[in-house]
Design a protein around this ligand. Structure first.
Ligand code: J2J
Length: 541
């Protein structure tokens, strides 16, 4: 196997020069950021998780030790490391440890399993994997063993009981051997795409571009040293990491509280105990918090001033209930790991906050709304959103075919979202032009699921579509033509579980059909088929 090339992110020189001149790209890097905050806020609390509390000084010291420890294992600056840790202080310590050593985290979610982790490791050419020992009944070490056998990882580092692997607690080295700070224009890490075609792509983000989005997000959302941000969703997700998220809170000198799960029973007591001021949720969880606040009362939420909601469509009627129901201000966020992030603003009138998904962070975020032929649609009509700007990638890592599909010749990212733009510049998400299922904010590629289903010998063909769902927003439904007439839905689901994929990708529903529509058109694309099956399913609901 040939060694994957190191990730790059290239903006044309004229645009890069413009972003620097405008002061968006300041030359700040992640190691420099942490050193600076540790100098300014030494004894203030940076991170809280469980009974652990880290000051900024502690975090810097731990990151330097961990970073040096990775180098002592034999890793070299520029190497990639798949980072899969739950919402615990170790996540922040290891992330910054990797940054200090010039190593590139590849951000996996705790829900990812063998197949996905092996894919991220192979695609990124990762030398190491960092996991927890066992959480929620799942043994990550057993998974690491399988991944390692498949893709040949040089090192597995485990937070907790390490068995034959390297215990995170044992990592140490000479911090004097840490490399000089990286180039601000170099890639700092790889984020994971939601992905609508096939497997997730890797998203290379630079120090310059990501820190611009983090800094501006923190300002837009009003984060200060006094802010306490509760990471309720997985910290590695782009929303929780950067909008304004864990990094925005640390950038502002505030405190991050890590919640092991986002349920009200866990989150509300943490809010009360640590004086949390801000959190971020996907719409179904925001509704769950509303119900819980109605049932338990709002006493525990006294300190909460701001809730961000994004990741999937928030219906305006639900949006209207959030402020009064939780006693805090709602901010809608429409973002993507590829770049562009939109926020409603504190000064926006109520109907904008409840009825739109905000407007872009940057005056230099370019927005184009186009039809299927890439022609601009008339003002006031919805179109497919294309975007380009100072923190939106220009290419995925090592994916020439996906790049040809996902970016225009002049460097716009095809978001796949269908959007209406108001004269004020605010965007209203109407739907999407691509085939993924947005299951409570978790994106599931229809194609990826179909590919798995087609691997079952009793399946002749399969099409996966999204169906509106009262709780999840959308759920996944697989239409299957079976080869084996005895095949049943539960068997299909069990078999999917055995494929080593995140459980949010297991079809919520399996429906068997005799054939897919072949009437009018002789050749019908899978996209058209999905659209017809979705329409038929809706009629039948
Ligand atoms: C409708 N659809 C939305 C919204 C994202 C901040 C917030 C979210 C993400 C995220 C993120 C939506 N209403 N408010 O990275 O930094 C759908 C769109 C979008 C896709 C991106 C952030 N907010 N979406 O969700 O990379 O379809 O990022 O293109 O996971 O989620 O998904 P993802």
């Amino acid at each position: 196997m040939t060694e994957p090339a190191p990730p790059q992110q290239i903006w044309p020189e004229d645009r890069a020069a413009r972003y620097r001149a405008a002061g968006y790209w300041t030359g700040e890097t992640f190691p420099a950021l942490l050193r600076d905050r540790a100098a300014r806020h030494a004894t203030r609390t940076a991170v809280i998780g469980g009974e652990m509390r880290l000051s900024y000084e502690d975090l810097l010291e731990d990151a330097r030790r961990i970073g040096a420890g990775f180098l002592a294992l034999g890793l070299r600056p520029g190497d990639r490391v798949v980072l899969q840790l739950p919402n615990e202080p170790a996540f922040v310590q290891v992330m910054f440890g990797l940054f200090m050593a010039g190593l590139l985290p590849v951000f996996a979610l705790p829900a990812h399993r063998r197949t996905e982790i092996a894919h991220f490791a192979a695609r990124s050419g990762a030398k190491a994997l960092v996991v927890a020992d066992r959480r929620g009944g799942f043994d990550y070490r057993a998974m690491a063993r399988e991944v390692s056998a498949e893709v040949g990882l040089a090192h597995v580092v485990v937070a907790g009981e390490a068995e034959e692997f390297v215990p995170l607690g044992s990592l140490s080295g000479d911090p004097g051997l840490l490399p000089p700070d990286p180039e601000p224009s170099s890639v700092a890490f790889l984020q994971i795409s939601g992905g609508s075609t096939g497997l997730s792509k890797l998203i290379p983000r630079t120090h310059d571009d990501y820190l611009y989005s983090v800094r501006e997000s923190a300002t837009i959302c009003g984060l200060t040293e006094a802010s306490v941000y509760l990471a309720a969703l997985p910290a590695a997700h782009n929303f929780t990491l950067s909008s304004p998220g864990v990094l925005g809170a640390l950038h502002a000198g505030g405190t991050v509280v890590l919640a092991p799960d986002p349920n009200p029973q866990t989150a509300f007591p943490l809010i009360a105990r640590h004086g949390v001021t801000m959190s971020a949720l996907v719409p179904p969880l925001a509704l769950l918090w509303l119900d819980a606040a109605a049932a338990r009362g709002r006493d525990e939420l006294e300190s909460l001033t701001d809730l961000l909601v994004g990741g999937a469509r928030l219906p305006p009627e639900a949006a209207r209930r959030i402020g009064p129901g939780l006693g805090c201000r709602l901010t809608q966020v429409f973002g993507m790991a590829e770049g562009l992030v939109n926020y409603t603003r504190a000064e926006d009138p109520d109907e904008i906050v409840t009825g739109t998904q905000g407007r872009p962070i940057s005056p230099d975020d370019e927005i184009r709304l186009v039809d299927d032929q890439d022609r601009e649609v008339p003002e006031g009509t919805p179109g497919q959103l294309l975007t380009r700007g100072p923190y939106t990638i220009t290419a995925y890592h090592g994916a020439p075919e996906a790049n040809a599909r996902s970016f225009t010749a002049d460097g716009f990212y095809r978001t796949g979202d269908v959007v209406l733009r108001l004269p004020s510049g605010h965007l209203v998400v109407q739907g999407r032009a691509t085939d993924h299922i947005n299951r409570a904010g978790e994106k599931v590629s229809a194609e990826e699921i179909e590919d798995h289903l087609l691997g079952h010998e009793g399946v002749y063909d399969a099409i996966c579509v999204s169906i509106p769902d009262a709780e999840l927003g959308e759920r996944s439904c697989a239409f299957v033509i079976r080869r084996d007439p005895a095949l049943r839905g539960p068997q299909v689901k069990t078999w999917m579980r055995g494929r080593g994929i995140a459980s949010f990708k297991i079809p919520d529903e399996v429906r068997f059909v005799e054939a897919f529509e072949t009437t009018a058109a002789l050749k019908i694309s899978r996209r058209q088929l999905r659209a017809r099956l979705r329409a038929a399913a809706l009629e039948g609901e």
